[in-house]
Ligand binder design. Structure first.
Ligand SMILES: NC(=O)c1ccc[n+]([C@@H]2O[C@H](COP(=O)([O-])OP(=O)(O)OC[C@H]3O[C@@H](n4cnc5c(N)ncnc54)[C@H](O)[C@@H]3O)[C@@H](O)[C@H]2O)c1
Ligand SMILES: N[C@@H](CCSC[C@H]1O[C@@H](n2cnc3c(=O)[nH]cnc32)[C@H](O)[C@@H]1O)C(=O)O
Length: 419
């Protein structure tokens, strides 16, 4: 199937970016050598919906190298790097991604990726926020019979899939890649921590030291963001709805306040909840002139950007990726990355070494599904813990470190109760 990309002539820069990602991804390379070359992927389709950038491209290249019929769609135009899309298409992968497309185009791209992956047989899905799964259960139901199952990248996708499972409408097995320890402990926490602050600092060119930074949500992502902001010298306040997580933030050394109180305090606000309208009209009304807003969560409605657009007297781009909203009372609120996932819309995404772990997990999920889906029930499943541990072991090996194994005596001691 013909790829849908912006400009094939951008490919040379995309190839360089992919090579850089490959050079820093020892874990995925080891997984390829030890697991993926066993013939599982020969003539199997793999449809991928993920931000189209160099690390995703390297995952697609690895899967294609071991024989898969790979198609890649962007879940949003704003998470597409056109040079990488062009390079990937040149390497024979079916790519449906154009940074200048519309959100409606993204649904079409995911449909095309599903069609391409199932064009000559069965397929598995590597999904982000359950986009491909949603389409397979709505506008492309006729493809369901060709899909063995899916693997889900992010927390908000797992939340959505749980809702599908609870309604009894999820028709194939899904592995919750996000819930593997080698995924969320590193990707959600350190990856989001580093890449969100890098994107904020790069796009605003402002200093974080001394600034009052409000982090909304103290889950894995929020913890990482708060920790990196504090490391840069920011004065961090956390907002939560879960009192235990609020208390955890307090014990970690942060102030904890209800969001309406924090609204009047903060200079920078970063949402990471996966929830709707965490910052809305009432919060905006209390913010100081010049407040900076960004969303690192996986949904683009955490900050009520529609209300801001409808209410502001003027909106203009003050810097690349930074919009200034002039409110009716003259205050200016500054939104980074359009309220979408800021580390990808205004940055390069997570560090390569982090995505190396995540995509090693994803590759093992796809491999596991390809071989075992027939014996798995429809619904959400965890990645077998031994595969999770294998990824950690491979990474430790790659950095010249290692852990011990329990002795037989220790194993017996831990399993017993009489002694
Ligand atoms: N930017 C990235 O690259 C990236 C990486 C991983 C995950 N994500 C996304 O980030 C979001 C958070 O992921 P996570 O793994 O941290 O999830 P999580 O479930 O660990 O944490 C979310 C936290 O938000 C809190 N919360 C919910 N509603 C709230 C509200 N109204 N106000 C304050 N707090 C609220 C919850 O109590 C919870 O503690 C998800 O949408 C996920 O898909 C983004
Ligand atoms: N694309 C989604 C949001 C993604 S949530 C964030 C997920 O993106 C993943 N991610 C973060 N950085 C990168 C990257 O650089 N490449 C590919 N995926 C990434 C990360 O694993 C996380 O679970 C949407 O807006 O609809």
């Amino acid at each position: 199937m013909e790829s849908v990309i912006r400009d094939p002539s951008l490919a040379p820069e995309g190839h360089r970016k992919i090579e850089w990602a490959a050079a820093h991804s020892p874990v995925l390379a080891a997984v390829r050598e030890r697991y993926l070359k066993d013939g599982t992927f020969e003539d199997l389709g793999v449809a991928v919906a993920l931000p189209v950038e160099a690390k995703t491209a390297y995952l697609a290249v690895v899967l294609a190298e071991v024989g898969a019929r790979v198609s890649v769609a962007a879940p949003l135009p704003s998470v597409v790097q056109d040079d990488v899309a062009a390079a990937l298409a040149e390497r024979g992968v079916a790519v449906f991604a154009n940074s200048e497309g519309s959100p409606e185009d993204a649904d079409r791209w995911m449909e095309l990726a599903l069609e391409a992956a199932t064009s000559a047989g069965e397929a598995v899905l590597i999904d982000d926020r359950a986009g491909l799964t949603r389409i397979a259960h709505t506008t492309r139901r006729r493809l369901l019979a060709h899909l063995r199952g899916a693997s889900e990248e992010t927390t908000s996708g797992v939340v959505r899939l749980r809702a599908m499972e609870a309604e009894g409408v999820l028709e194939f097995p899904v592995l919750a890649a996000n819930d593997a320890r080698c995924k969320h402990l590193f990707d959600n926490r350190y990856g989001t921590g580093q890449s969100t602050l890098t994107a904020l600092m790069q796009s605003t060119n402002l200093m974080l030291g001394g600034k009052r930074v409000v982090v909304l949500g103290y889950g894995w992502c929020g913890k990482g963001i708060a920790r990196y902001a504090a490391g840069l010298g920011a004065r961090v306040t956390v907002c939560e709805v879960d009192p235990v997580r609020g208390l955890e933030a307090y014990a970690d050394g942060f102030d904890v306040l209800p969001a309406l109180e924090a609204a009047g305090v903060g200079e920078v606000f970063i949402t990471a909840t996966g929830n709707l309208h965490v910052l809305g009209e009432e919060h905006f009304g209390r913010m100081r002139d010049g407040a900076i807003l960004a969303n690192a969560g996986g949904v683009d409605v955490e900050i009520d950007v529609s209300w801001l657009r409808a209410t502001a007297e003027e909106v203009y781009e003050v810097r690349r990726h930074v919009e200034e909203f002039v409110m009716p009372d003259g205050r200016r609120l500054r939104l980074v990355g359009g309220g979408m996932v800021v580390n990808l819309t205004a940055g390069d995404g997570h560090p390569v070494e982090i995505m190396d772990l995540t995509f090693a997990i994803q590759a093992l999920c796809a491999h596991h599904l390809a071989n075992r889906a027939a014996s798995m029930e429809a619904g959400l499943h965890p990645l077998p813990p031994e595969l999770d541990e294998e990824v950690a072991r491979l990474k430790l090996e790659a950095v010249g470190m290692g852990v011990d194994s329990l002795t037989e005596e220790q194993r017996r001691f831990l399993a017993g109760w009489r002694e």
